[in-house]
Design a protein around this ligand. Structure first.
Ligand SMILES: Nc1ncnc2c1ncn2[C@@H]1O[C@H](COP(=O)(O)OP(=O)(O)OP(=O)(O)O)[C@@H](O)[C@H]1O
Length: 232
């Protein structure tokens, strides 16, 4: 008898409480959800509903106060958070988190070296350069310090850096927030392609209905609970 393939990412009875000096705030309450490969998810929810918290837990940056998170059926605490973040999951942060003393190109190459990602053909430098161009960053910008780039351009570097790490799950927190409409649409198309043609699981936190409408599954986070929106 063969057992069913586990979901790429599973949240089982996940709760999260922040402990402040005066009081505790429970942000997530007993969340159960399975994310699959080849699917593009968006998570919507009002400001302060816990979307970034959920992403931090699912991307292995923080641990839930209750419940388990597993990758391919293996509990992250057993797999190891470092291994999970290096080999299986990449995150595009709201604040980009770029290495400010490096150029755009160096940021992408450095991420590939750290994670051991190797391009199918050509050098890491050539692949990084191609990704930056593909994401709409002008060639002259790629050798500039990231501190000399605009917010939208830095965001593109952060996206290219995540794409360069050949991972199973890509998380993004408001990835199109600083981009013009055409560039934002290009990013959405890239997410769709990653899910549908490369079999990745893409999970994006957003306030954008335009982005959510183009995802495969829309999840709503409200009052600590995660529910799937059923399209009528
Ligand atoms: N480190 C922390 N310590 C205490 N409370 C926190 C911490 N981080 C977040 N919170 C609180 O948890 C709640 C959820 O925050 P979170 O950033 O996850 O929400 P969000 O849905 O991503 O919000 P937004 O859409 O505004 O980015 C908020 O009430 C926030 O104040």
């Amino acid at each position: 008898m063969t057992s069913a393939t586990p979901p790429v990412l599973r949240l089982a009875d996940v709760s999260h409480t922040y402990s402040g000096q005066r009081r505790k705030t429970t942000v997530l309450k007993s969340i159960d959800y399975s994310f699959e490969r080849g699917t593009f998810y968006t998570i919507l929810g009002p400001s302060g509903s816990g979307k970034t918290t959920l992403l931090s837990l699912a991307s292995g940056l923080d641990t839930p106060t209750k419940g388990t998170i597993s990758f391919d059926g293996q509990d992250l605490t057993k797999l190891g958070f470092g291994r999970y973040r290096n080999k299986h999951a990449a995150t595009i942060f709201q604040q980009y988190n770029l290495l400010t003393y490096m150029t755009a190109l160096q940021n992408v190459i450095c991420a590939m070296e750290i994670t051991g990602a190797k391009p199918a053909t050509g050098s890491r430098k050539a692949h990084a350069s191609h990704l930056l161009e593909q994401i709409g960053l002008d060639k002259t910008m790629t050798t500039r310090s990231v501190m000399q780039l605009s917010g939208g351009q830095q965001q593109r570097v952060a996206i290219a850096r995540a794409l360069a790490c050949d991972v199973d799950i890509l998380f993004a927190d408001e990835p199109t927030g600083n981009l013009d409409e055409d560039t934002a649409q290009g990013i959405i198309d890239t997410f769709r392609e990653l899910a549908h043609e490369q079999g990745k699981c893409v999970v994006v936190v957003t306030h954008s209905q335009q982005l959510a409408a183009q995802s495969d599954r829309i999840l709503n986070l409200r009052k600590g609970k995660l529910t799937e929106q059923v399209n009528t």
